[in-house]
Design a binder for this molecule. Sequence first.
Ligand code: ADP
Length: 498
Amino acid sequence: MNKYIMALDQGTTSSRCVIFDKEGNIVSSAQKEFTQFYPQPGWVEHNPMEIWSSQLAVIMEAMAVGGISAQQIAALGISNQRETTIMWDKNTGEPVYNAIVWQCRRTAKRMDELKEDEFAGVIREKTGLVPDAYFSASKIVWILENIPDVRIRAQKGEILFGTVDTWLMWKLSGGKIHATDYTNASRTMLFDIHDLRWDPELLEKFRIPEKILPEVKASRCVFGYTDPAILGAEIPIASAVGDQQAAMFGHCCFEEGEVKNTYGTGCFMLMNTGRKAKTSKSGLITTIAASCPNEVEYALEGSVFAGGAAIQWLRDSMRMIRTAGQSEDYATRVKDTTGVYFVPAFNGLGAPHWDQDARGMVVGITRGCTKEHFIRASVEAIAYQTVDILRAMEEDSGVELKSLKVDGGASVSDFLMQFQADILGVDLERPQCTEISALGAAYLAGLAVGYWKNKDEIREHWQCGRKFEPQMSDEERAKRVSGWNRAVTCAKMFGSAE
Ligand code: ADP
């Protein structure tokens, strides 16, 4: 009987299930988009039950379509959207509120006050993060303070908190597992990334009862087993890892200094810094990388809040395109943007700016600007935001980057990838496997149960699908980046004047 590894990739816009064989090939997969709720400007929520039902549906579909039984799954791994906060009743499993999504800015004001506080330095030192509404802590506080009785019930031990990995493990195990991994814990702003524990001082500062928090384990270990009533067998849940750390592992960026960039709803660049937790001087954050039980590794990270989200906005709100893929057709009909820049700061700006008040901005419009130019500017914006991150990363590491491994939904766009190579002046390598986060979670799970022997064995699977090399002149690049920088200044000024 052939055995496989199943990876769940619970992303911001869709739930996926991908089943891999021993060579790291996809043998079956399924994907389902789910509802995004925007109850107020800047707020973003998901329904935790829909996260679970869409995830379960794609598990069933991937097994049915591939003709694979639960007994053939050697292990299951989870890669998940990070920071998104869910709280539920320990006894009934009923969520007490919608999931507050990483993009949600409802706690931005509060975090601004905290930034002024000298406590910001403590947060930075212990968690490696820049205090921001992006991370889970202030989202937990919001639920504790705004949903009736939740604080009292939490103090009585009736409420559990989890990021999406925790929620899925809890559901998959029939309520037996309440755990998370180091990578996800490192995004809560409550976890000491050096001592590897929930930090009592931070918990006290945010008034968060420790009993709601999950047990924290290495990304690569057996957390427990699926309830046979759910999938038909007891499958080991052998990895849980934040999607960006999963992608870094899926790209086999195992060595210090290796870098990947993922183009999903947001864009996330991670550099492996090995056993050292490096502190950024350029607005990046320090985070834990996918690790095995006895050797925690770290990464430097730059997060762009609106990457592919800008294209989604063109599709769903502006209704300029019917599919995300059409953005490429429009963008390539014109040779440039006629000097138009679009800064999609829908939810403020992430690294390296960390400006919660910045808002979306279109500049440089002349009478000649058409829909094609505007769409092109939207796609180019994804690449420009990555320039800001890459330069910060080079400054922090002191290394000039020569190449970048890329993945994520928007990386399928050849136009975007070529423009990115041009505007960065570095080579991009897009792997053959398009499901890199899922692959990373699968590798970790497979390693935990001995399906794969070691990293060397899996490194042999990595295959470059297409390489993109820069073709733009230095002068042209400098001119365009200067225009972008001016546009970002406008987006920041608009917010700060409010
Ligand atoms: P997530 O895991 O964050 O849900 P994905 O990796 O699935 O994200 O990528 C989805 C994002 O990619 C969407 O925001 C979508 O707009 C964008 N996208 C998908 N295809 C393209 C394309 N051809 N060109 C540009 N953006 C695209």
